[in-house]
Write a protein that binds this ligand. Sequence first.
Ligand code: NAD
Length: 302
Amino acid sequence: MKRVLVLARTFGKYSNEPLKLLQDNGFEVERRENVDADGLKGFDAVIVGVQKITREMMQNSSVKIIAKHGVGVDNIDLEAATELGIPVTVTPNANAVSVAELTIGFIFALSKKLIDLHNTLYQKRQFVSSVGLELHGKTLGVVGFGSIGKEVAKRALCLGMRVLVYDPYVEESVLRELGFEKVELDQLLRQSDFVSLHVPLNESTRHLIDREKLSLMKKTAYLINTARGGVVDEEAIIEALKNGQIAGAALDVFNAEPLPADSPFFDCPNVIMTPHVGAHTYEAILRMNMIAAESIVDFFSG
Ligand code: NAD
């Protein structure tokens, strides 16, 4: 009997369907929270969320397939997997709508100052002087026009926003047809009222938004990051938030997760933060569960 190790915390949590799919196809499933260098030993397949999968772990095991529960594979040593002939699958599109909706939620929360107003009222202080913004007519810059970026851009257009896109791998004509403008990154940063990041974390995107890039943004603009913490230089963002270089930020992802209790972000009143929950909806979780389980079943059934 083939054995599947489940490291993704939400796999099978809200529905038995994905577990049943594996079991009906003759797989034995074991769930663990964390594993060490020998943790993959004795398993044929692994379903992984954000846990690091290192070369050593792969070498010490006979794992034949790694199914990523999500799309960001920066926690998996892909070079080692390729060298060892271990395919790594992802769950494309399964969470794009959920992450896009969180992004739009962030845009509303920032522009209407929802968190501030809620907190003020919650402290029984009724009088608030803060004034919000209309989104209609404002400019959104989408960095990375893949599954998530596209869903964000479409929704922003419906809100009456102008949408600029920076993605060197997408044709200008494709964007123009959809009603978006293809621009270079610097132009996007200079012109946008909201900048939203949707690129994978890799060597070309690490610290894509650094001190210099932040200095191009309008002082009234907001930065939204639901991609990966490493896409931005966190020190530079904290500086920009504190010295008013940008108006604020909304962050779902961080370099260190969970966010350490002494993180300087806690001293920035103009930041909204969520603990990496972009894909945490019942719908997205079930889709990711099923695609990950199906990729294992398909792999072993040839
Ligand atoms: P995707 O692969 O569909 O799209 C990524 C896009 O980025 C592609 O269009 C690609 O051309 C573009 N790109 C790559 N390098 C670039 C660069 N240097 N500059 C500009 N564009 C570049 O991926 P997706 O499904 O849209 O997801 C994007 C990222 O969002 C994932 O890699 C993941 O890290 C993150 N994510 C976060 C959550 C969350 O819970 N917050 C959930 C899902 C995904």
